[in-house]
Design a protein around this ligand. Structure first.
Ligand SMILES: Nc1ncnc2c1ncn2[C@@H]1O[C@H](COP(=O)(O)OP(=O)(O)OP(=O)(O)O)[C@@H](O)[C@H]1O
Ligand SMILES: [Mg+2]
Length: 369
C-alpha cells in the first residue's frame, strides 16, 4: 500500500516493519532514520538508536513515543528495535540461501557479482534490490565499453558555429550517479554493471580502483580522481554459461574485488508461478508442461547453450494470444519450434544441430506425456 499513514493511526506499542538508513542529519541523537512504516510513508521521520539495526535491511520495531504529534512540520516517531526481518524481494524468485548471502553482502557494502546463465533473473534481481531498498538504479551495459574512459564519459564530435569540429565529453549514467552521490549523501545508488565480462579487459582494469578499498575513479572531464562514497553499491552481472567460457575473460584480480553469488534458473514450480503471474489467462497444466520441457532442455548434457526464462515467457505470449484460442495443444509444438529450438544453432529439422537436438528432447518428453 502506498498511501501515507496519518499521525492519528500511530500509537505507542504498535509494531511495524521499517528499513533504516544512517541518519543524514549530522549530530542527531538518533543514528538511524526510516521514512516508511509497513511500506507506507510515515507522517514524521522514524528514528531509532539501536546498534542492532543494519542499514538497508528491514526490521520489526515497536513505537515508543511520538514527539510533537500536533506539529506537522516537526517531531518524530521514536521506535524500539524488536528483530531483523527477512529480506523480501518483490517479483523475483531467489534461492533462500543466496537470498541470505545477498542480504549480508548488501549490509556490508561489498561489491557483488551475479553469476548465472542467460535469462535466470540477474537484471530482474538487481532492479528488485534497488526498489526494495529505496535505492536509485543505475543501469550500465558494459558490452559496449572498449576504452577505459567509456565507463564514465563518451566523446562526441559536433560542428561548431564556424563549422570546425568540436569534441565534447558526454558523461555516462555511472559518472552522473557518482557525482550526485558525492553531493547527496541521503540518496543511495545501485550501479549495475551488466555484461561485465563482455567489455575490454583494459577498460575493466580502469575500474579496479573503484572496486577496491581505494574507492575512487579518474574523472576524464575534470582530469582528477573523484571519491566513490559509501552510498554507492556496485553490482555486476556475468553470464558464464558453457557457451561463454571462452569469452569469460575476467582475471583473478578483477574477480577478487567482488563477492560472487551463483544464480541458476528458478525451480520449475517457481518458474510456473512467475509465468502464471504474467499470463494469468493460461491454464496451469499448460504452463507446467512448457516449463517441464524447458527444464529437460536445460538439463540435456549434449547441449552447450541453455534456455532462458525469456523463452518460456515467449511461448506463453504466443499461447495466450486470442489467435491461438482453442488451438493451444495443437499449436504448442509449433510454438516451441521457434521459441525453444530457434534459440539454438541450426534448425529444428536438422537432427545434427543443437536446434534439432532440442526438438528431439521435446518430442521424446511429449511422448512420455
Ligand atoms: N528468478 C526470477 N524471478 C522472476 N523472474 C525471472 C527470474 N528469472 C527470470 N525471470 C524473468 O525472465 C526474464 C529475463 O530475466 P533477466 O533479464 O533478469 O535475466 P538475466 O539473468 O539478466 O539475463 P541475461 O543474462 O540475458 O542478461 C525477465 O523478464 C523476468 O521476468
Ligand atoms: Mg541481464
Amino acid at each position: 500500500m502506498s498511501t501515507k499513514l496519518k499521525i492519528e493511526e500511530i500509537a505507542p506499542g504498535q509494531v511495524y516493519e521499517a528499513t533504516f538508513w544512517a541518519n543524514p542529519v549530522e549530530g542527531n541523537a538518533f543514528r538511524f532514520r526510516a521514512t516508511h512504516l509497513d511500506g507506507r510513508r510515515a507522517p514524521k521521520v522514524v528514528l531509532c538508536n539501536d546498534s542492532k539495526i543494519r542499514p538497508g535491511m528491514p526490521c520489526l520495531v515497536r513505537v515508543a513515543e511520538i514527539t510533537k504529534a500536533d506539529r506537522p512540520d516537526r517531531g518524530a516517531i521514536v521506535v524500539e528495535f524488536i528483530r531483523p526481518q527477512d529480506f523480501k524481494l518483490e517479483g523475483v524468485w531467489l534461492d533462500p540461501v543466496i537470498s541470505k548471502k545477498l542480504q549480508i553482502l548488501l549490509e556490508s557494502g561489498l561489491n557483488i557479482l551475479l553469476d548465472g546463465p542467460q535469462g535466470c533473473g540477474k537484471t530482474t534481481l538487481a532492479r528488485a534490490i534497488a526498489k526494495t531498498l529505496g535505492m536509485e538504479f543505475v543501469f550500465f551495459n558494459c558490452g559496449a565499453v572498449v576504452e577505459p574512459t567509456d565507463f564514465l564519459a563518451t566523446i562526441q564530435v559536433r560542428a561548431s558555429a564556424s563549422g570546425a569540429p568540436v569534441t565534447d565529453f558526454v558523461k555516462t549514467e555511472v559518472l552522473e550517479a557518482l557525482e550526485r552521490a558525492n553531493e547527496d549523501s541521503a540518496t543511495r545508488f545501485l550501479v549495475f554493471l551488466d555484461e561485465f565480462n563482455r567489455c575490454h579487459e583494459s577498460a575493466r582494469n580502469s575500474l579496479m580502483p573503484a572496486l577496491d578499498a581505494t574507492r575512487r575513479v579518474f574523472h576524464p572531464v575534470k582530469n582528477a580522481f573523484i571519491e566513490i562514497p559509501d552510498n554507492v553499491q556496485f553490482i555486476a552481472a556475468v553470464n558464464r554459461g558453457a557457451q561463454f567460457t571462452a569469452t569469460f575473460g575476467i582475471d583473478a584480480a578483477q574477480l577478487d574485488r567482488f563477492a560472487p553469488l551463483q544464480m541458476d534458473y528458478p525451480p520449475p514450480e517457481e518458474e510456473v508461478k512467475i509465468l502464471l503471474r504474467k499470463h494469468n489467462a493460461l491454464a496451469e497444466p499448460l504452463v507446467s508442461k512448457i516449463v517441464k520441457l524447458a527444464d529437460k532442455i536445460r538439463k540435456a548434457p549434449e547441449l552447450s547453450a541453455s534456455l532462458s526464462v525469456r523463452a518460456t515467457d515467449e511461448a506463453c505470449v504466443f499461447l495466450e494470444h486470442p489467435l491461438l484460442e482453442g488451438d493451444q495443444q495443437r499449436m504448442l509444438p509449433e510454438v516451441l519450434k521457434s521459441s525453444f529450438c530457434g534459440r539454438f544453432n541450426g534448425r529444428w529439422d536438422d537432427p545434427h544441430s543443437d536446434a534439432g537436438a532440442v526438438w528431439g528432447v521435446i518430442q521424446s518428453a511429449m511422448k512420455e506425456g
